[in-house]
Design a protein around this ligand. Structure first.
Ligand code: MF3
Ligand code: CO
Ligand code: CO
Length: 278
């Protein structure tokens, strides 16, 4: 019976997650120098509405927009505005769809035109750290194993893990227990169980890990003004591993990898890339 329950929850999360991922797919097509983050917000709002869902961020605790757009040294929760993206910027777009009462939460960091080698490395390490963590997930793994996997990967690359924000349980509620920290000690924390649904969303800084929140009450930035990148997937734990609900169509894993220029594509192939990246 437990089994049936969680599979239904997985199905519903996948429907919501696919809409959120689909919105990001569309965002990827319009990102270029000269567009405003408000245009990204409008697209997300419309895509999600057109798919019979709600944008969970809109009016969430007073948040005024349908997605978060976090540019350069903004760590997370950036508010879309008329600010124009320019060549060389990086921008994380974070989308959460609420469909039939269930949430799907996902984000990606996009490159605006050609970016510095520095930015490229940061984006790649952030994505890889998330995928490394996703690959160790299965029933019985400790939450600390997830954090440790991300922290170890990222620090080896010379970057730092933000500690002020974390991943979270998700379902009929946008943010619920457990907190999923992106740093920590192996073997620490609770053991995750089959049927659990949560996000992994590492925020990785080029410089120091510390953040501060601006006067708008939302926008979190790096204290040292260094670049910050983030990716986010919503996943469900199984006995053997986990299911990613925010890849959307089968091509998603390969699109993620292609966007980042990972044409060797080792990891995407694990996640059902059918050679699109070769
Ligand atoms: N989408 C963010 C997350 O990953 C939360 C944003 S809250 C908002 O958990 F109000 F800023 F939208
Ligand atoms: Co989240
Ligand atoms: Co999110």
């Amino acid at each position: 019976l437990m089994n049936v329950d969680y599979k239904e929850a997985f199905e519903k999360t996948k429907v919501a997650g696919s809409i959120a991922a689909g919105a990001l797919d569309e965002v990827g097509k319009i990102i270029k120098p000269g567009i405003s983050t408000e245009q990204i917000d409008k697209l997300c709002y419309e895509y999600i509405n057109d798919h019979g869902a709600y944008s969970a961020p809109l009016f969430y605790r007073g948040f005024p927009k349908s997605c978060c757009t976090s540019t350069n040294h903004v760590v997370c929760n950036g508010i879309p505005s008329e600010n124009i993206l320019k060549e060389g910027d990086i921008v994380n777009v974070d989308v959460t769809a609420l469909k039939n009462g269930w949430h799907g939460d996902t984000s990606r960091t996009f490159k605006v035109g050609k970016v510095s080698v520095k930015a490229e490395k940061l984006i790649k390490a952030t994505y890889e750290s998330m995928m490394e963590a996703i690959e160790i997930i299965k029933d019985g793994v400790h939450l600390g194993d997830i954090g440790s996997t991300i922290q170890t990967y990222v620090e080896k690359e010379g970057f730092s893990v933000v500690q002020d924000f974390c991943g979270h349980g998700i379902g009929e509620t946008f943010h619920k227990e457990p907190n999923v920290l992106h740093y920590g000690e192996k073997g620490s924390g609770e053991k995750i169980k089959t049927g659990m649904i949560f996000t992994i969303e590492p925020m990785i800084n080029y410089g120091n890990y510390e953040t501060k929140t601006l006067n708008d009450g939302w926008t979190a930035v790096t204290k040292d003004k260094s670049l910050s990148a983030q990716f986010e997937h919503t996943i469900g734990v199984t006995k053997e591993g986990c299911e990613i609900f925010t890849t959307g169509a089968w091509t998603w894993a390969s699109v993620d990898a292609c966007m980042l220029g990972l044409h060797a594509c080792v990891r995407a192939c694990v996640h059902a890339c059918v050679g699109a990246c070769a």
